[in-house]
Design a protein around this ligand. Sequence first.
Ligand code: 6GU
Length: 274
Amino acid sequence: MSTPNHEVKSGSDAVPPASSVEDSSTVASRPLIRFDVLTLFPNLFEGFLSESILKRALERNLIAVHRHDLRTWASNKHHQVDDRPFGGGPGMVLMAPPVVEAVEAVQALTAPPGLVLAMTPSGRRLDQEWVRRLATQPRLILLCGRYEGFDERIIELLQPELVSIGDYVLSGGEVPAMVVIDAVSRLIPGVLGDDQSAVEDSFGPEGLLDHPHYTRPRLYRGLSVPEVLTSGNHAEIARWRREQALQRTRQRFREAVLPTIPNAPYGSAPPATE
Ligand code: 6GU
């Protein structure tokens, strides 16, 4: 089978070579993690990869992102990658041959083959613990679905980990793939600057949510910054932040276990608590 020049140039490929980047900080010779995204809409990633933290991580060669247009592996004359479901029903299903062959071809581009993730609302919900494990991998292959979903044989043949980002339905796996790239990349050493790394507090080893933050001005529309934060007493500040984090975490936990009413109309009030 021919392997056409399928790769979308940009992201890691569009940035200047590491040696020309004017930056005294780390420039890795080889990315610490490589993402390969297989999608029908590679351009959706353009803005996402060309700003802020990810842009800088790509420039410094700490991460690499390669995008591949699934339509490249469509074999029939219409460049078709989806078809109507056997057994009837609405929508279209991603066909097995182009998708399986795309993943195999991309894996063969370079070693190691990488861990394959399929983005689907019927997957397991992504959490920070999973993200930490993904960040230890040298390579992730992100398969983005569209339409009603994947032909089940794609799942059987490739045995991907099935990733959902929450209990709601999106139009495709591209935004979830961006979520994975973002969440994983910020755990790669050097990706966050010194002034950003503290943000790791949320969902840290203790599993606590982050505490509230304040910056200038001290008074805004009658709302003032808690006095303890401007006291200069670092022990007191640490105690206050921890207490706030615990309070937020308990509150979130209470909300999470509230019963849901089957078939309740959208926007209905939650059940009253005593
Ligand atoms: Cl991974 N895909 C789609 N289409 N919808 C989702 C999702 C994934 N995760 C939550 N909703």
